[in-house]
Ligand binder design. Structure first.
Ligand code: UD1
Length: 423
C-alpha cells in the first residue's frame, strides 16, 4: 500500500501535457475485441485501470502488447470465457465486456462491476438495452449471464429513461453487429461516446449521431482492426486547470480540447481566473481575489460530476459563500470531511455542499475515498500549509497518468511512498 506525501503551498509553473482519456480508453479496449484483426490504440494513458483491462483481455485469449502509449490488441483468439468473478470485478468499466462479448459471441458471463464508491450505481439501463436487443439477461450470484436469441441480437428502438454514459456505450457495443437498425434515444453525448463510435466506425461499423441524443446504428456482419488515437482526458485537464488556477505562476496545460471543457472553463472565468485559450492548450495566469460561484453538475455538456470534487479546493480559496449540487451522484461527498479536516469551512446541507471562503488550508492526514475525491485531496494538499499525507492512493493511480511526475515537473513537492515509510 502506498501513500502520497505533499509539502504544500509552493507555486506551480511550467507546462503539463494531458494524456488520453481514462473514460474513453476503458471502453475502447473492450470495443477492440469486436474486431477480427488487431486494433492499435495510441495515446493510451498509463493508469492501473488499463493494466486491469489488459489482464482481463489476456484471460479471454487476446494477445496484447502495451509499449509506452501504444497498445496493440489482437483479438483473433478471444473466446467468451465466463468471468463471474476475479479481476473483472475490480473496475466498473469492465461492464463494457458485457456489450462487447454479447455483440461478438451472442453470450457472456461478466461479474458485476466494482470501481469508485459514489453511492448507488445501478446498471438497469444497460440490462434494459441488452434485453431490448433480444438478449436473455439474468443476474445470478453476483454476475450477469447474457445470451442472445437463436438468431442473434436484433436491432430495436431504445429510449433511455436516464442519460447514462455507460449504458449508451454498452448498447452501441452490443448493437454494432445486430441485425437491422438500432436507435438509441436520450443517449448520453459525452466526447468519450464520440471516441468509441469513431473507433467502431473505423473498424467497419455504421454508427451515426454520436455526440447527439439520438444514435443510429446499422448492424454489420464483420468488424476489422484499425488504428485509433484516444481523445484527450477532459477530466484530467480540468483537474490540472483547477490546480493551476489555485497555485499557478503561469501554467500551460497542453493537449486540451477546449470545446470539451466549456462548462468548466465558464466557471473558472466566472471566478475571475485569467486564461488564454489556444487551439490545443490553455495557459492559466496567476489569479487574485477569486469570486465564489455556485455549481450544479449535469450530463454533458453541463458541468461534469467528475470535476465537482477536483474544483472544490479552488472554490475554497474564493471569496463568498457557494453551493455545489451534484445531480448525477448525490452521495459524491466523501471529500467534504477530509477538506474540513484540513481547516476548510465546508459542510453538507441536505443535497448540497456549502462552502464559505476564503480558506487557508493546513496539511493533515486524509483518506481518498474514490478517484476524483483523491484528485481533490491532491489539489488541497498542494494548496495547504505544511505536510499532507493521503492514504488509499490506489484510487488516484486508477485514473491519473503519472500524476506525481507531472506535478513534480511543475515544481510541486509531492512523493509516492510506501505506507509504512516515515514522511
Ligand atoms: C461514467 C463515468 C464516470 C462519470 C459518470 C457520469 C466511465 C467509465 N465512468 O460512469 O466517471 O462520473 O459517467 O458522468 O465512463 N444510472 C442508472 N442506471 C443505469 C446506469 C446509470 O440509474 O443503468 C444513473 C447513475 O446512477 C447516475 C446516472 O445514471 O446517477 C449517470 O450514470 P452513468 O452516466 O451511467 O455513469 P457511468 O457510465 O457508470
Amino acid at each position: 500500500m502506498k501513500k502520497i506525501v505533499i509539502n504544500g503551498n509552493r507555486p506551480l509553473k511550467g507546462e503539463i501535457t494531458i494524456s488520453g482519456a481514462k473514460n474513453s480508453v476503458v471502453a475502447l479496449i473492450p470495443a477492440a475485441i469486436l474486431a477480427d484483426s488487431p486494433v492499435i490504440l495510441e495515446g493510451v494513458p498509463d493508469i492501473s485501470d488499463v493494466d486491469s483491462l489488459k489482464e482481463i483481455l489476456e484471460i479471454m485469449g487476446a494477445k496484447v502488447e502495451h509499449v509506452g502509449e501504444t497498445m496493440m490488441i489482437d483479438p483473433t483468439e478471444v473466446q467468451s470465457i465466463p468471468m463471474p468473478h476475479g479481476k473483472i470485478n475490480s473496475l466498473r468499466a469492465s461492464y463494457y465486456f458485457m456489450g462487447a462479448l454479447l455483440g461478438k459471441f451472442g453470450e457472456a458471463v461478466v461479474g458485476l462491476p466494482g470501481g469508485c464508491n459514489l453511492g448507488p450505481r445501478p446498471i438497469d439501463l444497460h440490462v434494459k438495452g441488452f434485453a431490448a436487443l433480444g438478449a436473455d439477461v439474468r443476474n445470478e450470484y453476483g454476475a450477469m449471464y447474457l445470451r442472445a436469441g437463436e438468431e442473434g441480437l436484433k436491432a430495436n428502438h431504445i429510449f433511455m429513461d436516464n442519460v447514462s454514459v455507460g449504458a449508451t456505450i454498452n448498447i452501441m457495443l452490443a448493437a454494432v453487429k445486430a441485425k437491422g437498425r438500432t436507435v438509441i434515444e436520450n443517449a448520453a453525448r459525452e466526447p468519450e461516446i464520440i471516441d468509441v463510435a469513431t473507433l467502431l466506425n473505423n473498424m467497419g461499423a455504421v454508427v451515426r449521431g454520436a455526440g447527439t441524443d439520438e444514435i443510429r446504428i446499422d448492424g454489420v456482419e464483420e468488424l476489422h482492426g484499425t488504428r485509433h488515437s484516444v481523445v484527450p482526458d477532459r477530466i484530467e485537464a480540468g483537474t490540472y486547470l483547477a490546480m493551476a488556477a489555485a497555485l499557478g505562476e503561469g501554467v500551460v496545460v497542453k493537449n486540451v480540447i477546449y470545446e470539451h471543457l466549456e462548462s468548466f472553463i465558464a466557471k473558472l472565468q466566472e471566478m475571475g481566473v485569467e486564461m488564454t485559450i489556444r487551439e490545443d492548450s490553455i495557459e492559466v495566469f496567476p489569479s487574485h481575489d477569486l469570486k465564489m460561484v455556485n455549481i450544479k453538475t449535469y450530463p454533458y455538456p453541463g458541468f461534469a460530476t467528475d470535476l465537482q470534487q477536483p474544483i472544490t479546493p479552488l472554490l475554497l480559496k474564493a471569496h463568498g459563500t457557494g453551493e455545489l449540487i451534484d445531480t448525477i451522484y448525490e452521495k459524491r461527498i466523501n471529500h467534504v470531511p477530509e477538506l474540513a479536516r484540513m481547516g476548510a469551512n465546508i459542510q453538507v446541507e441536505g443535497n448540497m455542499i456549502v462552502m464559505k471562503g476564503p480558506n487557508e488550508l493546513t496539511g493533515a492526514e486524509v483518506v481518498a475515498s474514490d478517484l476524483r475525491a483523491g484528485a481533490c485531496l491532491v489539489t488541497a494538499g498542494l494548496m495547504a500549509k505544511g505536510t499532507t499525507t493521503i492514504f488509499n492512493v490506489e484510487f488516484i493511480l486508477r485514473g491519473y497518468d503519472h500524476i506525481i511526475d507531472k506535478l513534480t515537473g511543475l515544481g510541486a513537492d509531492i512523493r509516492l511512498v510506501e505506507e509504512d515509510e516515515k514522511n
